[in-house]
Design a protein around this ligand. Structure first.
Ligand code: PGA
Length: 239
């Protein structure tokens, strides 16, 4: 795992955008996995700016959603796909048929098969960008998730329910279960990039970089990946 230090959040966002845009220059029809959460918002702003200025062309890109709450309506305000649509996909003009997204109300078994089959049909994930959960989760791969796990439905840990409450109002607003790509799905992506910002991520980032490689800290999966990169700002790195 390489580590790229950013001076601050704006720099982190630019560095992450540079990597994504270089990926698209090399392969305009890349299959990308992008996260929701607060960390990628600056990256998304950079990508929207690049699309508007003509510096990037997203016409042939395909997206797979990293995760999605389960058991909510397709148009529920908490739907992570709608968050991604609002912050990135709509502003850069991505059509529905370019996005492979978990249906929150679908039967879990057939839905995870559909998503994994869709990824295989596109030829695999070219670049996956993930945020870092306060407990080290990637997507909703909570501590203890096997490194070879594939897409599946999972219960959220109390810690993730607490951190997700910040997005929706209260813990009661956070669905108890979710779909997620698996750690094995992420390990199989050609390139894996983690973004982490702020002092609140300092401890878990240190464990990700220097602690034992273990499913107990799912983000340590990056150290098993042949082409992985953590982009973190100085606050997260403890500098
Ligand atoms: P954040 O979430 O980007 O809002 O910090 C990261 C995560 O929990 O995966």
């Amino acid at each position: 795992m390489k580590i790229l230090e950013a001076s601050d959040y704006a720099d982190l966002s630019r560095k992450a955008a540079d990597i994504l845009l270089a990926q698209l220059r090399g392969k305009p029809d890349s299959l990308l996995v992008l996260p929701t959460g607060n960390t990628p918002l600056g990256l998304f702003r950079e990508l929207v700016r690049a699309a508007r200025s003509g510096a990037a062309d997203f016409a042939r890109v395909r997206f797979v959603t990293l995760d999605e709450y389960a058991g909510i309506a397709g148009n529920d305000r908490r739907r992570l796909l709608l968050w991604l649509r609002k912050e990135l996909l709509d502003p850069i003009g991505v059509a529905d048929d370019s996005v492979l997204a978990f249906d929150p109300l679908a039967d879990a078994t057939s839905e995870v098969e559909r998503i994994e089959a869709g990824i295989a049909e596109y030829g695999g994930v070219d670049l996956a960008v993930v945020g870092l959960g306060p407990n080290g989760h990637l997507g909703f791969n909570e501590p203890g998730s096997p490194f070879d796990s594939r897409a599946r439905q999972v219960p959220l840990t109390p810690e993730s329910i607490r951190s997700n409450a910040a997005y929706w109002g209260s813990e009661a607003d956070v669905p108890a279960t979710a779909f997620t790509l698996g750690l094995g799905t992420l390990l199989a992506s050609r390139k894996l990039v983690l973004i982490a910002s702020g002092a609140a991520k300092r401890d878990i980032l240190a464990r990700t970089i220097d602690g034992g490689i273990s499913p107990e800290v799912p983000a340590t999966l990056l150290r098993r990946h042949p082409d992985s990169l953590a982009i973190a700002d100085r606050a997260a790195l403890g500098g």
